[in-house]
Design a protein around this ligand. Structure first.
Ligand code: 1GP
Length: 236
């Protein structure tokens, strides 16, 4: 775990790539050579073994570290540097907290490379997102409620990562800051709606790691600009 934590601690900016979406070689080259700290492969739907292998093999032409965010057991592909395991904190459906994990370990526990895994305590805050709908997340939290979930992850469960997920929309930076201020050992990831330099900077002030997703596919020139914006912004 210490190795995993020290690897994660160098991640300030991360691109999240969806195996189910098209990315041509020129775009992938620009993303992998952008100076970002890592590529996170994952998506909320349509992720298969085949499209994950395909994307990994293309990213492997580059030196950038590459992690798989495991959302579907059928799409777990060997060869990533790290495997991130989401555990959704703000849902009443425990399948997304520990249920699917229990089944996976019961079935495949003997072949899990535990020292390559890191758990992510997800707090899902965009009720319109696929992730919220699929997991039944109670997304309408205020800052105090969200920060209380963060303390469960940080202080009770001692998870390496707290993932503040606004997927598809730019979040409430005051709420993110209240989470950031409350943690003492977890690394706070922020993701959601970053599509320009200004939003990248705002998120970089209140989270250890900034995750940039959709804009890669919508406006990759803008996506590339987020790297430097994050890197030159100090944490608050
Ligand atoms: C999605 O948090 C990531 O899981 C990034 O969000 O796609 O909105 O950038 P966006």
């Amino acid at each position: 775990m210490e190795n995993v934590k020290s690897c994660l601690s160098s991640w300030r900016h991360v691109f999240k790539l969806d195996p189910d979406r098209e990315l041509n070689d020129e775009m992938l080259d620009a993303i992998c050579m952008s100076g970002s700290d890592a590529i996170l492969v994952g998506g909320s739907s349509g992720v298969t073994y085949e499209n994950t292998v395909d994307l990994l093999s293309r990213i492997r032409r580059y030196e950038i570290p590459c992690a798989l965010e495991v959302s579907d057991l059928e799409a777990v592909v060997p060869g990533f540097d790290l495997y991130l395991i989401p555990m959704v904190l703000n849902t009443n459906d425990t399948r997304w907290l520990v249920g699917q994990h229990q089944q996976a370990i019961e079935q495949y526990g003997f072949m899990i490379p535990w020292d390559m895994l890191a758990a992510e305590g997800y707090i899902i805050l965009n009720g319109e997102s696929t992730a919220a709908r699929v997991t039944g997340a109670e997304a309408g939290l205020n800052s105090r409620e969200a920060a209380a979930y963060a303390q469960i992850a940080d202080k009770l469960m001692r998870l390496p990562i707290i993932y503040v997920e606004y997927s598809g929309t730019f979040g409430d930076m005051e709420l993110v800051q209240s989470i950031y201020r409350t943690v003492s050992q977890s690394q706070v990831f922020y993701g959601g709606g970053i599509d320009d330099v200004s939003k990248a900077r705002q998120a970089a002030r209140v989270s250890h790691t900034v995750v940039v997703g959709n804009v890669v596919y919508d406006n990759w020139a803008a996506a590339l600009e987020t790297v430097q914006a994050v890197k030159e912004t100090p944490l608050s």
